[in-house]
Ligand binder design. Sequence first.
Ligand code: AMP
Length: 307
Amino acid sequence: MSLIVVGSMAFDSIETPFGKSDRIVGGAATYIAWSASNFVKPVKQISVVGGDFPDSELQLLADRGVELEGVQIKKDQKSFFWAGRYDMDMNSRETLETQFNVLGDFQPVVPESYAGSEFLMLGNLAPGVQHSVIKQLKKRPKLIVMDTMNFWMEIAMPELEEVLKDVDVLLVNDSEARQLSAQYSLVKAARKIMEMGPKYLVIKKGEHGALLFHGDQVFYAPALPLEDVFDPTGAGDTFAGGFIGHIARTRDISFENMKTAIIVGSAMASFCVEKFGTTRLREISKEEIEGRIRQFVELVNFDIELV
Ligand code: AMP
């Protein structure tokens, strides 16, 4: 079992109705690694950081079983920086600032030691960069999962369309699915997106759960009703880490197993939002994760007799 994770490693500045963070460590690949490493080791990370990125953060990831040979450190440059603000409903957020810094001219290099990996998770990054990683792999992974965001649909649609042809599973939220397909109905949007390449599509709906589409089949998983949501940043990436982590651990890429992977992803995301940044992900134990997955099973389990 081997998993490559690609994506941003960053500093984030976050405002929610409950508080404001200073520059804290974030980035799509950071969240994915913290989440996926609960299920699969090593996680083979590909990213880029500046000289300002703390060594201690890299060490913590390494201690967890995240291989960092594919993480470039540009000593004289600054790490990617993103600032965002959430409304009271926490489902909509506004990007206040994006400083690409090291990500601006990032050219990922897949280390020799990552060759032959069975699973590839393309976290949020420029689609051209995501595609370059696929092209560098001599053997196609068993499953390629990709995340993206509205930002790339606005500035890099042709590149996004190209990489979509080469991936198996796409993860997007509902508004991104609508934007990508130009369809309001999520069923029509899913059909259109699956014609663009991915055979599987996961549409995340924040506190309203997630949908999995494949051909004419649909599966729905709720989100756990939580008393407190402090910071939704990284929830999508943490979901992705749980999803691919479960699949890489079980090495089963069937639709049935993807249903379980959605539950695992949702459980992981429910931890992420409980504290700012990656704080909660650093604390959770195997027992807590299992307990939460059990809560999901309880949430949707009922008996019905059809007459
Ligand atoms: P999520 O809340 O799961 O959608 O992801 C939030 C993370 O995405 C933050 O930690 C940001 O650092 C990162 N991020 C935001 N915008 C971009 C971008 N354009 N490219 C790569 N990563 C980004």
